[in-house]
Design a protein around this ligand. Structure first.
Ligand SMILES: [Fe+2]
Ligand SMILES: [Fe+2]
Length: 286
């Protein structure tokens, strides 16, 4: 199958989870700062599960507010529209994809752990560089590898080929895709993200997180996700390992060097926040 055939097949698969209507609705409302808080509350309250999740989020260690918040309106005011929108999109994507059959020894909890680590790292890079919204970067990190899950669930043959190759040849998932397939998880994931009408920056971050494109319209956003994924992959593999800068895009190396003195120390400082994100987003799955 060539790439066009694969993407066409993806369009035809009926059971691929689509985000619930309420998520689309909120996504739209929450992007507009003029939407009244009443409209937002009324829409969220239509869905009991989302309401509970928002209250849980605002009271979780992840945000660390001191007093207990039991009212949805207060929760939205405290978190802000952007954080609420991102939390809703994140939770709904994780729950849409978590209970499906996994393939070979691909472990979905491990997958989300990696994604959450990239999400937290990317959010912190945004806080340091002050160029992008930290909340948007969190979602970008969370969704960057979504194409892998799609491949594992809907394109078994392709996934098995990649998995066998990476295990036999001790190379990365992406390297195995480049060797054996006519497409890869960045193309499949970004195709789906644009079908879900997610923001353009998110679509681009999913598409270019392994090959940074400085000329992209959303270059700053994409660079955050690319760098976060690079850091998480390097240090998760070996805490003592130094980053292999020759494999990183030169512009990103410079961006990183200007910002951090010691990347290893900086990343080690995020452990607590990464654990808190696991706790909130994965809960009973752990
Ligand atoms: Fe990836
Ligand atoms: Fe990744």
């Amino acid at each position: 199958m060539d790439e066009q055939q694969i993407l066409k097949q993806l369009d035809r698969i009926k059971e691929i989870p689509t985000l619930p209507t309420i998520v689309f609705e909120l996504n739209k409302y929450l992007q507009d700062p003029d939407t009244s808080i009443k409209t937002v509350c009324d829409t969220i309250e239509k869905d009991q599960a989302i309401t509970l999740k928002i209250l849980k989020l605002v009271n979780s260690a992840f945000y660390g507010f001191k007093s207990k918040i039991s009212d949805l309106r207060n929760a939205i005011v405290l978190l802000g529209y952007n954080a609420v929108r991102n939390a809703i999109v994140s939770l709904s994507v994780i729950s849409s994809f978590s209970n499906r059959v996994a393939l070979m020894d691909f472990n979905i909890t491990q997958f989300w752990k990696h994604s959450l680590a990239v999400a937290v790292t990317s959010k912190n890079i945004a806080q340091l560089s002050k160029k992008e919204s930290p909340d948007n970067c969190f979602v970008g990190g969370l969704l960057h590898d979504i194409g892998k899950v799609i491949m594992a669930q809907y394109f078994h043959d392709l996934f098995e080929t990649v998995w066998t190759t990476l295990q036999n040849e001790h190379i990365s998932f992406y390297e195995a895709e480049q060797k054996k397939l006519s497409t890869d998880h960045t193309r499949i994931g970004s195709h789906l993200a644009s079908k879900w009408q997610l923001p353009g920056g998110l679509v681009d971050a999913i598409r270019w997180h392994h090959e940074f494109q400085p000329e992209s319209k959303h270059a700053n956003f994409v660079r955050n996700i690319y760098l976060a994924n690079f850091i998480v992959n390097s240090y998760d593999y070996d805490q003592e390992l130094r980053l292999d800068l020759s494999k990183m895009h030169p512009e990103v190396v410079k961006f990183m060097m200007d910002m951090m003195e010691d990347v290893g120390d900086w990343y080690a400082g995020l452990t607590g926040e990464i654990e808190a994100a696991y706790g909130f987003f994965l809960e009973s799955d752990l």
